[in-house]
Design a protein around this ligand. Structure first.
Ligand SMILES: NC(=O)c1ccc[n+]([C@@H]2O[C@H](COP(=O)([O-])OP(=O)(O)OC[C@H]3O[C@@H](n4cnc5c(N)ncnc54)[C@H](OP(=O)(O)O)[C@@H]3O)[C@@H](O)[C@H]2O)c1
Length: 439
């Protein structure tokens, strides 16, 4: 089968398209024919091996698991002897431990659930890691109750945009922290109030929040605590983008917050994503009830063909901003029929960069770009040149026999307020069709 594989840590260039054996399944495992696989910041962390702390889990010198990707949505192809919840043909979504950027993936049954019926595979693949993290932040760490005032930092991101909606579903009043270009977007998710972090800090209103969920930036604990009521709860999710190659920002949630929590009236908690079927089931309920919506990028097809020159390349750097709740998906099992060429929509830089604000290396925006670099690598591995103005990207909607987003989950919802598009253009950033493909 085809898979996107790496032998060493490094930038996206280390990823290669290769033929490898189908994964074996144990008694409690499910073999899933992957229809789509999501990209989240963790993919970049384990590709790059940064922060170095991550290598304790993934391998000190090289990744123990060569195939990248955790999120998946697909169809059950085979089940192990002790699997009772699934049978071949079931549509599932969830996470796997040994890589989902492949045509087939093996996943323990406890990490899978039935796919929400009202969304496509590509939509479903964007949810598991971000959704389970958001759910744990709101429900378990934040213990959000009806009437709580909740502040979500990083509300326009993958985890944050889902946390806003889950907190709303749990009856909270939500203030969303994001860049100004994303304000309308986070309001459309249900946030009552929006705080633009470029002009005000999160303690702007004083100690008013019962729960603060931090998925973005690297604010000091003292600043976050000033926004919390005396017995409020801080749920720390992010940290990957803070400075420091060893721990990045994770020392804040792994060591400092739990220690400080022993001595103060506020509860300072770190959120760890425990991936399990029960949480996927709760998310499925929220999705099917319409409480949870999101957008994923049009997917990058998993390449089927080797290029004349081999499988690795320099990658096509598609520079773009982090964009509201836009979750990148790689779609396996692309259709055989080659789609027609479509004109490229050139991406314009976001307003804040155009205004002269440099992107910080290692920022969350860079991580979303890292996802794009992964997509670009798939493009390069397929032998396609960098997209040039007037050529290139083809969205999933152009493949009639690949699953299309269900109408209520289209990549740009019809009820989206004007102005929530990414600055400089509509959000159709992807990918991938080129006539120069070599078979
Ligand atoms: N604990 C876990 O198990 C777990 C699981 C998944 C993810 N994570 C971590 O959670 C974090 C967020 O993940 P994600 O998938 O949501 O990433 P993401 O999609 O890149 O979103 C991060 C958001 O942070 C915002 N941001 C950047 N600088 C900010 C600042 N100074 N103040 C406030 N917000 C700022 C960005 O919003 P703007 O575009 O508005 O600037 C962006 O939307 C990452 O560090 C990731 O590694 C942890």
């Amino acid at each position: 089968m085809k898979a996107i594989v790496q032998d060493t840590y490094g930038p996206a260039d280390v990823l290669q398209l290769r033929d490898i054996d189908r994964p074996a399944i144990g008694d409690d495992d499910v073999l899933v024919q992957v229809r789509a696989a999501g990209v989240d910041p963790g993919v970049w962390i384990f590709m790059a091996g940064r922060p170095y702390l991550a290598r304790l889990a993934s391998g000190l010198r090289r990744p123990r698991v060569p195939v990248r990707g955790r999120d998946l949505a697909g169809v059950v192809a085979a089940v192990g002897a002790r699997v009772t919840r699934f049978r071949p043909g079931d549509e599932v979504y969830g996470t796997c431990l040994r890589g989902s950027y492949a045509e087939f993936a093996s996943a323990p049954q406890r990490r899978l659930a039935r796919k929400p019926a009202n969304v496509s595979f590509t939509q479903a693949a964007a949810v598991p890691v971000s959704g389970m993290t958001a759910l744990r932040a709101v429900r378990d760490s934040g213990e959000v109750r009806p009437g709580h005032r909740v502040l979500v930092i990083g509300a326009s991101g993958g985890v944050g945009s889902l946390a806003v909606q889950i907190a709303k579903a749990y009856g909270a009043t939500v203030t969303a922290v994001c860049a100004p270009a994303k304000a309308d977007f986070v309001r459309s998710l249900g946030a009552e109030d929006v705080l633009d972090y470029t002009s005000a800090e999160v303690d702007r209103d004083g100690p008013v929040y019962d729960v603060v969920i931090d998925t973005g930036g690297d604010r000091p604990l003292s600043l976050l605590r000033r926004a919390l009521t005396p017995h409020g709860t801080l749920a720390l999710v992010g940290g990957a983008y803070a400075k420091g190659p060893m721990l990045s920002g994770y020392d804040r949630q792994m060591f400092r917050a739990p220690l400080l929590s022993l001595f103060v009236s506020q509860r300072l908690r770190s959120v760890s994503a425990v991936e399990r079927a029960e949480d996927l089931g709760e998310l499925r309920g929220l999705v099917e009830s319409g409480a949870l919506t999101w957008r994923s990028t049009a997917p990058t097809p998993l390449p089927r063909h080797r290029t004349r020159s081999g499988t690795s390349g320099t990658g096509t750097r598609q520079e773009r901003s982090s964009s509201p709740s836009e979750l990148l998906v790689i779609a396996a099992h692309q259709p055989r029929r080659r789609p027609a060429r479509r004109p490229v929509r050139r991406h314009h830089p976001p307003a804040r960069r155009a205004a002269g604000r440099p992107r910080r290396p290692g920022s969350p925006a860079a991580a979303v770009s890292a996802g794009l670099v992964l997509a670009a690598l798939a493009l390069a591995a397929w032998g396609s040149p960098p997209p040039a103005p007037g050529t290139g990207p083809t969205a999933i909607a152009d493949f009639p026999d690949v699953d299309k987003p269900a109408p209520e989950q289209q990549s740009t919802p019809p009820n989206r307020p004007p102005g929530t598009e990414r600055a400089g253009g509509p959000r159709r950033p992807c990918i991938v069709s080129d006539d120069r493909q070599v078979t």
